[in-house]
Design a protein around this ligand. Structure first.
Ligand code: HEM
Length: 427
């Protein structure tokens, strides 16, 4: 999540590297007033206890009903594209559209709240977008790394105001939910609710207990919910935008994906991607993975060594050293990837994966602090991509985008692609 970082040799680690777990660097502290002690930023016992408590939230039983939400949010985005194209817009900024779509999805999955943010401005969504932009901007301005200076600036004031708005929203949902929960038999109540409708993340956070039967406090629930909103939107939007870019640049792969989706959905009405379909899109999945290699949404992560780490050539990273681990560097390392700049989905053909280290490809990080939301993200990206290719052809815009690593990998001035609706008969 840093703008630039050195290439490292850490790709050669063995996976059991619990020795490198802390994230004790200044950048993460910029997020603290917003995300509190949520999973991303917490450490030690609190982190391990919460990680165990939150893991069931990403179980496929919880994720499965979210498929409807992924489909619906994508449909809303496509209806908007159709309208914009009719109005004469031929190029669209993927980041703008896809970010709103992923925020829309998350707001529904985390809070069961439909703000209709893809269609009309939403204060809450605007505040999240502003917070992300302000943290990225602050990261570039060394002087403003100091809290007291930052908080004196107009950006510092804006940051506090947006934080308040986001926290108030989350608090209000938690309070409302607590009011409707019965004092006793919460488990039965939520289980009954799960049978009849989707359990959102707030429900799951209210329900979860540690080994001693202790539940999460309101403050903990807020931190985790705000963390999901932050970690889940920009990352997935970056992933999806670059996937569409790579397929625009490679029409032959785009067409092959489209045929795979058409084949899968033949005679299906309404057109909806279901949970079991996700495993039936092998080529599309290879294309997604190759794009996450070439354009990893999170380019760098930081870890502090909690014990000496011996590298394969015998050199030692001493305990206490903070390492920047360049995911981008690992994914572009010519010693691991032949012709690393070439987009080639067949690198992820099962035949070609066998002999590669599992640490050569780590878009979701690896080890104990890897991404808890990776199945959620992969499912959402598959649904959105499959439906997009079914309805539209994407083509490169005139100007080649320049990569811009901020909190996540963006493109300077947005990622513009030409989008053409496919005729219904051609679908
Ligand atoms: C393509 C999409 C995504 C990518 C590439 C991605 C990548 C990552 C990476 C690299 C990390 C490690 C960060 C670090 O150590 O600083 C991480 C952590 C995390 N991610 Fe994701 N992520 C994605 C989507 C999501 C989604 C959709 C959610 C939630 C709904 C999510 C929730 C989290 C959380 C809570 C953590 C912290 C985990 C912990 O420390 O225990 N992510 N993600």
């Amino acid at each position: 999540m840093f703008p630039s970082a050195p290439q490292t040799e850490l790709a050669h680690w063995s996976p059991g590297h619990a020795a490198v777990a802390l994230k004790d660097v200044v950048f993460y502290s910029f997020l603290k007033p917003w995300l509190g002690d949520g999973l991303l930023l917490s450490a030690g016992d609190k982190w391990s206890c919460h990680r165990r408590m939150l893991t069931p939230a990403f179980h496929f039983n919880i994720l499965k009903p979210y498929m409807k939400i992924f489909n619906d949010s994508t449909n809303v985005m496509h209806a908007k594209w159709q309208r914009l194209i009719l109005e004469g817009n031929t190029s669209l900024d993927m980041f703008e559209h896809v970010s709103l779509m992923t925020l829309d999805t998350l707001q529904k999955c985390v809070f069961s709240f439909d703000s209709n943010c893809q269609e009309k401005p939403s204060e809450y969504i605007a505040a999240i977008l502003e917070l992300s932009a302000l943290v990225a901007k602050r990261n570039q301005q060394l002087l403003l790394h100091m809290d007291f200076l930052f908080h004196l600036t107009p950006d510092g004031r804006r940051f506090r105001k947006a934080c308040r708005l986001v926290h108030d929203f989350t608090d209000a949902v938690i309070q409302e939910r607590r009011r409707t929960l019965p004092e006793h038999g919460i488990d039965d109540f939520l289980q009954a609710k799960a049978k009849s409708k989707t359990l959102d993340f707030i429900d799951v956070l209210l329900l979860t207990k540690d080994e001693d039967g202790k539940t999460l406090s309101d403050e903990d629930i807020r931190a985790e919910a705000d963390t999901f909103m932050f970690e889940g939107h920009d990352t997935t939007a970056s992933g999806l935008s670059w996937i569409l870019y790579n397929l625009a640049k490679h029409p032959e792969y785009q067409e092959r994906c489209r045929q795979e989706v058409q084949e899968l959905l033949r005679d299906r009405d309404p057109t909806e991607i279901e949970w079991d379909d996700l495993a039936q899109l092998p080529f599309l999945t290879m294309c997604i993975k190759e794009s996450l290699r070439l354009h990893p949404p999170v380019t760098v992560i930081a870890r502090c060594c909690t014990q000496d780490v011996v590298l394969s050539d015998g050199r030692v990273i001493p305990k206490g050293v903070i390492c920047l681990i360049s995911i981008f560097g690992i994914h572009h390392n010519p010693a691991v990837w032949q012709d690393p700049e070439v987009y080639d989905p067949f690198r992820f053909d099962p035949e070609n994966i066998k002999d590669r280290s599992p640490l050569a490809f780590i878009p979701f990080s690896a080890g104990p602090r890897n991404c808890i939301g990776q199945t959620f993200a992969m499912s959402e990206m598959k649904v959105a991509l499959a439906l997009t290719l079914l309805r539209f052809r994407v083509l490169p815009d005139h100007a080649e985008p320049r990569r811009k690593p901020e909190l996540i990998l963006r493109a300077e001035g947005g990622l513009w692609l030409r989008v053409e609706p496919l005729r219904a008969g051609a679908r």
